[in-house]
Design a protein around this ligand. Structure first.
Ligand code: NAP
Length: 480
């Protein structure tokens, strides 16, 4: 507790999670900002006793004048709530863990019927369509003049936990660090909230940026872009948006001061039809990985192709490569575009041959079935499938050694920075190997430039990303 008191505004003590304690044991929290929560089993907590036992304990705590707030569930008898209000401010809470959204009239009636100083609505929601309706409920609570705490549990609600100040929330919940685990699904830790997202500095006129994809929970991008914003002194925050429904997502974004988005799987193509303009490279590639808000227009761009190309030029100068692209998905499209633009020739091979043919037709290359690849026909191999990517770091794409010997082998995967494929390529005598990490850094630098007109060094981004990936892999090792 002591470790947190200077870093949080309020400590929530889950009395129902404590074992073998007495009210005297809580004395050390005297004069500290505390919210007591003593959740019964019927409301998703761990206290199995009766309400009168529970309230007797809360009464004793109140008489000792410990703590400022108490969380009381909506189904508690009003006279008990009135009594507790003599000791604490009451946060009247409503929790729902089953993905169900209660109708506003019922919820409004329920909160109106019970005394409170603020309300808390915490719902597990899986669909953005429901998140939009949840935000309507938040607005309705505010129209009633109620202060509140608004929580969407689960990965789809992480962004809202971080951006609480934009929705007038009294506070947000963050988990204690050091455990690598959240105390609730989708929660970020106190350390992350403060150091990565700079929560204490947030103000509703700051710009918001984010990563649009699904899933996005393990992305390195928030660590990169938030640090860059901090380094150049911009009042902006970058958050993960795990989104299943673009239309619902964009409805919410229109009311936020959104500056731009990174876009990843599965929205890189689908986002196209919602944009006002699309830059020529993104149109040619057929995918957008960056959205920039220019006044009131939303513009789509693609920085993957620059990200792919620059590390090659930096390492080998401008060359007329003969390339083999392995895989024919979104990243392969950006690669083929870059190669064509630089006048290089390429062949493409893919598990689904029809996709290789479509890619070859679009960018002027040759589609080759896997077993017909001629190792003598290329000097650069570009691996663009996800095989070998964390957490499946032991996967190795079925690439014969003959395709690696004497070649430059470029794996677009950045996590881990050295994949099993690259280790194999080194072992059998590749001419050189290139990781996807510099590509990630270059595309992020370009993205940052499009959003802010500021230039940042890709090498600095590589260092940032590497440090984060190392920390992440330590956490995985402990808990997987
Ligand atoms: P994608 O659009 O889903 O394409 C995936 C490709 O991999 C498809 O061609 C797919 O073949 C193939 N594939 C998937 N599983 C396979 C398997 N088990 N065996 C053989 N082939 C398989 O994904 P993407 O957006 O192109 O991303 C691909 C990789 O590039 C990811 O690892 C991503 O992290 C990386 N990437 C890195 C950066 C960077 O900045 N470093 C940027 C973008 C992407 P089918 O056509 O047969 O399905």
């Amino acid at each position: 507790m002591r470790a947190y008191e200077t870093r949080v505004d309020l400590l929530e003590v889950r009395l129902d999670w404590l074992r073998d304690w007495t009210v005297e044991d809580l004395e050390f929290l005297r004069d500290r900002p505390v919210l007591w929560t003593f959740r019964p089993v019927r409301q998703g907590g761990e206290f199995a006793g009766t309400d009168s036992e529970r309230f007797e304990v809360l009464r004793q705590i109140g008489r000792r004048r410990l703590g400022q707030w108490v969380d009381v569930e909506w189904d508690v008898w009003p006279p008990l709530i009135m009594e507790l209000r003599g000791y604490f401010k009451v946060l009247l809470s409503y929790h729902q863990y089953d993905g169900h959204l209660p109708p506003w009239p019922d919820l409004g009636e329920l909160f109106r019927a019970k005394p409170h100083d603020a309300v808390k609505i915490a719902l597990t929601l899986h669909r953005w369509a429901d998140i939009v309706r949840f935000l309507d409920i938040v607005e309705a609570c505010q129209a009633e003049g109620w202060d509140g705490v608004w929580v969407v549990m689960g990965p789809r609600g992480t962004w809202l936990r971080i951006l609480t100040p934009w929705f007038g929330g009294l506070w947000t919940y963050a988990s204690p660090e050091g455990t690598g685990r959240a105390t609730a699904d989708g929660q970020v830790s106190v350390e992350e909230l403060r150091q990565v997202y700079r929560y204490p500095e947030m103000a509703p006129d700051h710009r918001i940026y984010g990563l649009l994809g699904d899933p996005v929970a393990h992305s390195v991008s928030p660590y990169i872009h938030n640090r860059l914003f901090q380094e150049v002194g911009l009042a902006a925050h970058y958050v993960p948006f795990a989104v299943d429904d673009l239309e619902a997502f964009l409805r919410v974004m229109r009311v936020l001061p959104l500056g731009g988005l990174s876009v990843t799987v599965p929205h890189k193509i689908a986002i196209l039809r919602y944009l006002d303009d699309v830059e020529p490279a993104a149109r040619d590639i057929g995918a957008v990985n960056t959205v920039v808000r220019r006044e009131d227009r939303w513009v789509g761009a693609n920085t993957d192709w620059v990200g792919f190309w620059r590390p090659l030029v930096r390492r080998f100068g401008v060359r007329s490569w003969r390339a083999l692209i392995v895989g024919a998905g979104g990243a392969a499209h950006a690669v083929a575009y870059a190669l064509r633009r630089a006048g290089c020739s390429f062949a493409v091979t893919n598990r689904t041959h029809a996709k290789a043919e479509a890619l070859a037709r679009r960018f002027g290359g040759t589609a080759v079935p896997w077993d017909a690849v001629n190792p003598g026909a290329f000097d650069l191999l570009i691996h663009t499938t996800p095989l070998g990517m964390a957490p499946h770091i032991d996967s190795l794409p079925p690439i014969p050694d003959a395709w690696l010997v004497g070649k430059v082998v470029y794996d677009l995967i950045y996590n881990p920075p050295e994949t099993r494929l690259l280790r194999r390529a080194r072992a059998v005598g590749a001419r050189a190997v290139l990781s996807g990490l510099p590509m990630l850094a270059e595309q992020a630098a370009e993205q940052f430039r499009l959003w802010t007109l500021q230039t940042v060094r890709a090498d600095d981004i590589v260092a940032l990303a590497q440090a984060h990936l190392e920390r992440q892999s330590e956490t995985f090792n402990i808990f997987d």
